[in-house]
Structures are given as C-alpha cells and as structure tokens.
Design a protein around this ligand. Structure first.
Ligand SMILES: *Cc1c(COP(=O)(O)O)cnc(C)c1O
Length: 402
C-alpha cells in the first residue's frame, strides 16, 4: 500500500482519486475541481497541455533515458545551452538532478568543496534563514528551519555549523561579522519563503546579502525551486540580485516529470576545473539529465517566453489584490500577496482544519498547511476560475465560526 507524504497514516482522510486532469481542472469522482495548488506549485501550464504532451511523446519515440556518465544527448545539451543563455549573468554551468532536495544537496556540497579546492578549508559553516525550507534530505533539512517539518532532527542534536537568522539586515550584518571568514555560503529562498509560511521579505535584504558575500568572500546561493519561473512576479529573483549558485526545480519541467538543476557561475566552476582529480564534483544522480525531463523543460521554457507568462502572473496578482482588498475576518491574521501567490495566514492551525472539505464542496482543490490557506494556481488560469478560488477562500471565514 501507499505511504502518503506529511501525513499520519492512521486515520488519514482518504485522498481524492484523480481520474483525469485538463487545464486547471482535476477530475475526481464525477466532480470537477479547480486546482489551486498546481501540484505543489509545479504545473504552471496546467494539465494535459497538448504541446507539452507532444514534446515528451516525440522524445519517448527516440529514447527516454540514458545515463549522463560518459554519455550525452541533444535534449540535455539543448537545455543546458538554453539555461546558460537565459539565466542572468554568468550562471552557465548546469548540474542536473532528479529533485529539488538533491539539487540543494549538490549546491551545499559545491559551496563546501569550492573552498576546499581553493585552499580555504576553514569555511565549514553555512548561513541560512529562520523559517526556511530547502527540502527533506538531511543536509537540506539542516539548512532549513521549520520544526513543523523537521522535528526529528532534534534527535541528532543541532548542527553547530549551520546558523539561522531572521530576514533583518541587522541580523545579517551581525552574522557576517561573527562568522564571515568561516562561511562557505548563505543559502536563501529569495524574496518569498514558501513552505515556511509564504513569508515575503525585502529585496534590500538580498542586495545587502550580495554586498556582504562579496566583502567576506562567501558564496550566495538562491534556492529558487519554488520561486523560479515567475512565482514572485519576477522571472527569477536572480534577475534582481545575482547569486553565485542558483537552484531550480518544481516548475522546471512544467510539473510533468521530477527534475532539478543546480547552476553555478564561472567563478564557482573555475574552482573545480583543473588537473586534480580530487577537485572534481563527486556527484551523479542516476536519472540526471533524463531526456524526457529535458524535453519537457525546453518546451516549458519556450511556452513561458512565447506566451508572455510574466504578464499572466502580473494579471493574477492584480486580480488577487482587487479581490482581497480590505478582506479581514475572524480567524484571519494577515493576507499576503506576491506574484502568483496568495496566502491567508490564520490565527492558528485549528482555523485551517475544515478548509479542504469546504473548498472541495465548492469546486476547488486546496491543501492548506499549518496556519496557511493559500493558492498558487497554474498561470493559465482564467479570471473567472481565479475569482472562484479567492471567493471560496473568503467565504470559508464567513460561513465558519472560529
Ligand atoms: C519543494 C522545495 C524543495 C525540494 O524539492 P523536492 O523536489 O520536493 O525535493 C527545495 N527547496 C524549496 C524552496 C522548495 O520549495
């Protein structure tokens, strides 16, 4: 039987069985639901997209996968080439992997080894943010900071080499003056911390982070697994502040196949590129550079550019601001909106409990977590469907007594 994610299996509410999906709709048990979550924020083009389907079908007829050890192929070459040109600055060196968590591990390993390779092996520390989420593998959990997800880490004791700070410039400056010479990297979900509660913080923090990283010789790592491909209204936050290493995942393949990439700039790559075999990056996920995933990612990027998704996301943000304006109710602490993300922070997690059923009864699929009721819809959503989602989010508070 299936062991489901983030769930106590005993007494688990049975999941909705999906029999079809098309555009923004999920079909289940004779019902049609608007998907307000985009399958953990990845299905930016919606489901069953004819062009995405065709890209994968035409690749599957050639071959689905060959390993990247000693072999290469056109889909992975094209994607790496496209990302090198498309991503800002000199983020040119693409290391592929099969999930966001693994791509985070690769970035953290890269940052550590970069300094070992260039003879600064005292740089064993990582700076990270409070409320951050970087995935569920062990080092990613340690870089993350959310006890609600990762309380089991307590059993192992705290990793003294990972420091977490609030998203305040004064804390950032203090961390660098205390630990600057020992930090190999600062890793952040830039601008929007998603799984930690859709927390938005200032771009000034990131600008200052860039300055301090330059001053202290620390690498700046952006985990844009969630924020990449437009979710904050920017194509990438990396377009505003340039990191040394950029991590992409989730929407990379338009939600079709799990894949991720860790992209290093010229400086980082140069730290590995020499005659010493011990300076090589010793990592290689079996399915890295999967041909179907690369074909999907290429097509996804093509559609994203051609159909001006940034304008679509701006429109989602405008509609959301208009519809949520002045909204407050019992149980609501704050409403936060950025790009294609709308979040209602509730007073406590009790408040969110009944929302999934309420949404289902009103034709919307939602999966609130902790204290947060949110939507991150596919970017192709119509105004009417978006307004329906927002109406359901608001109506819940009108109809319930907290
Ligand atoms: C989802 C997520 C990850 C982990 O990605 P997986 O593909 O689930 O392993 C890492 N970082 C951020 C910011 C995420 O949102």
């Amino acid at each position: 039987m299936i062991w489901y994610p983030y769930t106590q299996m005993k007494g688990m509410k049975s999941p909705y069985k999906i029999t079809g999906a098309e555009g923004v709709y999920l079909y289940t048990g004779g019902k049609k639901l608007i998907d307000s979550v985009s399958s953990w924020w990845s299905a930016i083009h919606g489901y069953n997209h004819p062009e995405m389907n065709e890209a994968i079908i035409s690749q599957v007829r050639k071959f689905s996968h060959v390993m990247l050890g000693g072999l290469t192929h056109e889909p992975v070459e094209r994607l790496a080439e496209k990302l090198s040109v498309w991503l800002p600055g000199d983020l040119n060196h693409c290391f592929f992997s099969d999930s966001g968590s693994v791509a985070v591990e690769v970035a953290l390993k890269m940052a550590l080894q970069y300094f070992i390779n260039i003879g600064e092996s005292q740089r064993v520390m990582t700076l990270s943010l409070e409320h951050s989420y970087h995935g569920d593998t062990f080092r990613a959990m340690e870089a993350g900071d959310d006890e609600d997800y990762h309380f089991i880490l307590k059993a192992c004791g705290k990793n003294e080499n990972i420091i977490h700070i609030p998203t305040e410039i004064s804390d950032l400056e203090k961390a660098f003056s205390d630990y600057g010479e020992k930090l190999n990297c600062l890793i952040v979900e830039p601008l929007l911390q998603c799984a930690g509660g859709m927390r938005i913080y200032s771009i000034d923090f990131l600008k200052r982070a860039r300055e301090l990283c330059d001053e202290y010789g620390t690498l700046l790592v952006f985990d844009e697994v969630a924020t990449g491909f437009g979710r904050t209204g920017n194509r990438f936050v990396a377009d505003l502040v340039q990191p040394d290493i950029l991590i992409l995942g989730k929407a990379l393949t338009g939600g079709y196949i799990g894949h991720a990439v860790t992209v290093a700039n010229e400086k980082v790559f140069a730290g590995f590129y020499d005659g010493d075999p011990n300076h090589a990056l010793m990592h290689g996920p079996t399915f890295m550079g999967n041909a179907l995933a690369c074909a999907a990612a290429m097509k996804s990027i093509e559609i994203f550019e051609r159909d001006n998704y940034i304008a679509k996301i701006k429109r989602i943000e405008e509609i959301a601001r208009e519809n949520m304006r002045g909204f407050s109710a019992r149980g609501v602490k704050e409403v936060r909106i950025i790009g294609g993300c709308v979040c209602i922070e509730c007073e406590d997690s009790e408040v969110t409990r009944g929302f999934q059923d309420f949404a289902y009864d009103n034709g919307v699929f939602s999966r609130p977590f902790l204290k947060y009721i949110y939507t991150m819809p596919p970017y192709i959503i119509s105004e009417e469907d978006l307004v329906s989602i927002l109406r359901v989010m608001k109506q819940y508070f009108m109809d319930s007594e907290f």
